[in-house]
Design a protein around this ligand. Structure first.
Ligand SMILES: NC(=O)c1ccc[n+]([C@@H]2O[C@H](COP(=O)([O-])OP(=O)(O)OC[C@H]3O[C@@H](n4cnc5c(N)ncnc54)[C@H](OP(=O)(O)O)[C@@H]3O)[C@@H](O)[C@H]2O)c1
Length: 263
């Protein structure tokens, strides 16, 4: 039986994956805010993953409850039309969409290495240009724009994938960056009227969660040979251009360690 950890497994794509793995008889650990939304049969860890301290607590909880993680799926996200900071003073997208993936991905690496075919499945939006990263203001303290902040977090999540193998030499983990395309999900968010109307329109042309998870399951069941790969639904994307530059990933790692150290 595989052990599968899913952030954001209480809704949308994460929930769809959780339910599929539970039907297959796998052990599924879901991390989310609302126990009532946890899929039946899943173990649930309640946490607000936009908080660094909560990610560290979740990591400790996972280490104490399982010796091995076969698959780690990142699906948690929350759209904020207006900029918000967590109680720790961190911009929320940056905390939830990026720092959480950083802490849990690196932190669970030793448990992933114990699995026969470990996969980190980062569901986001790979392929956006690296030029959108505000290196001097990663948390959008100036001129916040919700779409840009979320797109940037997706780019930072890409760079996490780029940096995983160099940070864990000899790793057997397959880090998969996956863009599902527009999908009708919970669209977790705190929306302005205009953004809510935009999402309502988008939902009319989105694919179903059932359609969206097909290629994700394929990558998990039959992991790519390469340490890093990126996909848009079924299509593979190159990861050797400047948008996936190793130097950018190393730069980001340095900045992130500064934030986590309280700098
Ligand atoms: N849907 C799309 O069209 C689309 C397109 C491109 C990329 N993606 C990517 O696909 C992934 C999954 O998206 P989705 O649309 O399936 O998501 P979703 O339905 O909006 O669900 C988001 C999940 O994140 C959880 N979450 C939100 N804030 C949290 C917090 N502070 N702490 C812990 N958990 C929190 C939610 O929990 P609650 O149940 O408590 O809200 C929910 O389980 C995301 O990374 C997204 O960027 C989606």
């Amino acid at each position: 039986m595989k052990t599968i950890v899913i952030t954001g497994g209480t809704d949308g794509i994460g929930r769809g994956l959780a339910r599929t793995f539970l039907r297959r008889g796998e052990r599924v650990i879901v991390i989310g805010r609302d126990a009532a939304k946890a899929p039946e049969g899943a173990e649930f860890i309640a946490a607000d993953l936009s908080l660094v301290a909560e990610n560290r607590r979740v990591l400790a909880s996972l280490v104490s409850r399982t010796e091995q993680v076969d698959v780690l799926v990142f699906c948690a996200r929350h759209y904020r039309s207006a900029r918000a900071e967590t109680a720790e003073g961190i911009e929320e997208n940056f905390g939830l969409f990026y720092l959480s993936r950083y802490i849990l991905g690196h932190g669970l690496a030793p448990l992933l290495e114990k699995a026969p075919a470990p996969v980190v499945m980062s569901v986001a939006g790979p392929g956006t240009p690296i030029g959108g990263v505000r290196w001097d203001d990663l948390q959008f303290t100036r001129g916040y724009h919700a779409g840009k902040a979320m797109t940037q977090s997706g780019k930072l999540a890409d760079l996490l994938g780029v940096d995983f193998a160099p940070a864990h030499p000899g790793t057997r983990v397959r880090y998969v960056l996956h863009h599902p395309g527009v999908t009708v999900t919970g669209h977790s968010g705190t929306y302005s009227e205009a953004d809510a109307a935009f999402v309502a329109e988008m939902r009319k042309r989105g694919k179903t969660v059932g359609e969206a998870i097909v290629p994700i399951l394929r990558r998990i069941d039959d992991p790519p040979a390469e340490a890093l790969s990126a996909w848009v639904h079924h299509e593979r994307m190159a990861v050797d251009d400047e948008d996936f530059a190793p130097e950018a990933a190393v730069r980001l790692r340095g900045l992130t360690e500064g934030v986590l150290a309280g700098g």
